[in-house]
Ligand binder design. Structure first.
Ligand code: GA4
Length: 387
């Protein structure tokens, strides 16, 4: 099947894949809406191709992100520690979870990001033309991490052009794709054009996030880019000899995403794994399945909130990221979330005699409080179950 095909693939660290569902967005709308719902019921995960996020827009953000992660550790740490937004290294969340990852967590409200960047850069554009290529931070310590990040990421090559904004462009494009997928999900669920899901993430107070995860090949977050390059060269020379013995490490431990929908784009390095029925058949034993990388595609996860809103019909997929010791991986992840005050209740038609209400209604703020009180791998929705 072309529309939702099972792309074959295998991975030494995951099991042999029956396939990852692929949705071709250029095909017939009524067909793909049904297939999306089917794959969300079975896996909570799929890959979209022929989407409208331009490769140049993704490449621009990837380059800006890598430029940031290649800065010396001390400079990156000026944008941390995460609270929970900002730059973080190894430490995930508030309850002691650790991974071989460094990351940036940003609010996904592009208007506030670009507005801030424009104001700062208009004040003194020369501040961003340090000879090292890194932004000048000495007199900016009193600014928030967002000011630093938005300038760095907005103007990666220090050319002050408010129209070429890596974060803003990517955010707009990925948000549009999130809307399109949510519309298709609504249609597939038989909710027609109610727009209820899209409205939730479109509200101006939406709590959506953009996360850049960088899994360095040598995982030495204190090394600067030159050292890292040297280390990478050494690693790649010795890799062929060591390949057989090398075991991958956890970059980002297993978890489900709390939000409504997650849209992930990564470079061409493997690492993402999902927990899925091993043989691809519902009800078979669950196993970790390696997702073959595809930088041209966007991978979509159902989040906990969408599982609750569909009363368990669509499933929030458990996933994790493994590190790869010979090449660094970078993923750009958009988490579509509602306003903090939004009520998460079942969508029309989701409660039936056969499927009575499974979860209590909650606000997104209540869910966030629960999620930050738990460890990464814990099941948060269980805390809202109706017994
Ligand atoms: C998982 C999905 C997103 O990356 C994230 C993560 C958040 C964080 O890194 O601050 C959490 C994690 C995520 C769920 C449980 C809590 C919160 C770390 C953690 C241990 C930004 C999110 O929204 O939830």
């Amino acid at each position: 099947m072309v529309v939702a095909s099972m792309a074959p693939g295998s991975n030494s660290r995951g099991r042999l894949l029956p396939g990852i569902p692929v949705i071709d967005l250029s095909l017939d709308r009524s067909l793909i809406s049904q297939l999306i719902v089917k794959t969300c019921e079975e896996f909570g995960f799929f890959k979209v191709i022929n989407h409208r996020v331009q490769p140049s827009v993704s490449a621009q953000l990837e380059a800006a992100g890598l430029e940031f992660f290649n800065l010396p550790a001390a400079e990156k740490q000026r944008a941390g520690p995460p609270n929970p937004l900002g730059y973080g290294c190894r430490s995930i969340g508030l309850n002691g979870d650790i991974g071989d990852v460094e990351y940036l967590l940003l609010p996904a409200d592009s208007s506030s990001i670009s507005k801030r960047a424009r104001i700062i850069c208009r004040k003194d554009p020369n501040k961003f033309s340090g000879s090292s290529g890194a932004f000048a931070v000495s007199d900016k310590l009193n600014q928030t991490f967002l000011d630093l990040l938005s300038c760095k990421l907005t103007f990666p090559n220090i050319s002050v052009d408010e129209h070429s904004c890596a974060v803003k462009d990517y955010m707009e494009a990925i948000k549009e794709l999130a809307n399109e997928i949510l519309e298709l999900i609504e249609e597939g669920l038989g909710l027609g054009g109610s727009g209820e899901l899209c409205k939730l993430i479109r509200e101006s107070g939406s709590d959506s996030l953009l996360r850049l995860n960088h899994y360095p090949s040598n995982c030495n977050s204190n090394s600067n880019s030159n050292n890292r390059k040297k280390d990478n060269d050494i690693k790649s020379k010795t890799w062929s000899k060591r390949k057989g013995r090398e075991s991958s490490r956890i970059g980002f431990g297993e978890h489900t995403d709390p939000q409504i929908l997650t849209l992930l784009r990564s470079n061409g390095i493997e690492g993402l794994q999902i927990l899925a029925p091993a043989s691809g058949v519902l009800g078979s034993t669950m196993a970790w399945v390696a997702v073959p990388p595809d930088p041209t595609a966007v991978f979509i996860n159902v989040g906990d909130t969408l599982q609750a809103m569909t009363n368990g019909r669509l499933v929030s997929v458990r996933h994790r990221a493994m590190t790869n010791s010979y090449k660094s991986r970078m993923s750009m992840i958009y988490f579509a979330a509602p306003d903090l005050h939004a009520w998460i209740t079942p969508l029309p038609g989701m409660i039936t005699a056969d499927n009575p209400q499974r979860y209590k209604s909650f606000t997104w703020a209540e869910y966030k409080t629960a999620m930050y009180s738990l460890k990464l791998g814990q099941n948060r929705l269980d805390h809202f179950k109706i017994d």
